[in-house]
Design a protein around this ligand. Structure first.
Ligand code: HEC
Length: 122
């Protein structure tokens, strides 16, 4: 009986190792838990985040805080003054956005990557 337990324990030890061996294949470096924050473009990723979480309050009709995030040049203004990243990362000195919530780590990573890339209009 003891022998069986020992064997089972050894099998368990080795089989749990498999998952970690494959980790880099499942989730390539830079994409934590399936989040692709490497291949980020304005047209496909950034506009999706903004339209899902921001434009409801920051559009031409409802410009909360006088801020409109409908198009590239408007968004760029808040990239340049640091408020886009400051507000979504909820850094001190900025008003946290969206109000009462926080974007997912994945969406924040995408915004940060795009800003680090020089916020291209691609
Ligand atoms: C529910 C409405 C609402 C949503 C959703 C919302 N905002 Fe805001 N936002 C506001 C209001 C209201 C203000 C002005 C707050 C103030 O001046 O006290 C503001 C202010 C800001 C500011 C200025 C921050 C500062 O520190 O001066 C930025 C930048 C901003 N929003 C970006 C965003 C982004 C990006 C999103 C999406 C992730 C977003 N907002 C989602 C209502 C909203």
């Amino acid at each position: 009986m003891k022998k069986i337990l020992v064997v089972q324990f050894i099998i368990l030890l080795f089989s749990s190792g498999c998952y970690y061996d494959k980790y880099n294949k499942l989730y390539p470096p830079g994409s934590s838990s399936g989040c692709d924050s490497i291949n980020v473009t304005y047209s496909s990723n950034i506009t999706t985040i903004l339209s899902n979480y921001c434009q409801g309050c920051h559009n031409a009709l409802t410009a909360s805080g006088g801020i409109v995030l409908d198009n590239y040049s408007q968004v760029k203004t808040y990239v340049t003054n640091g408020k886009l990243i400051g507000s979504v990362k909820q850094l001190s000195g900025y008003i946290s956005m969206p109000p009462g919530a926080k974007l997912s780590d994945c969406d924040i990573a995408k915004l940060q990557k795009w800003v680090n890339d020089g916020s291209p209009n691609n």
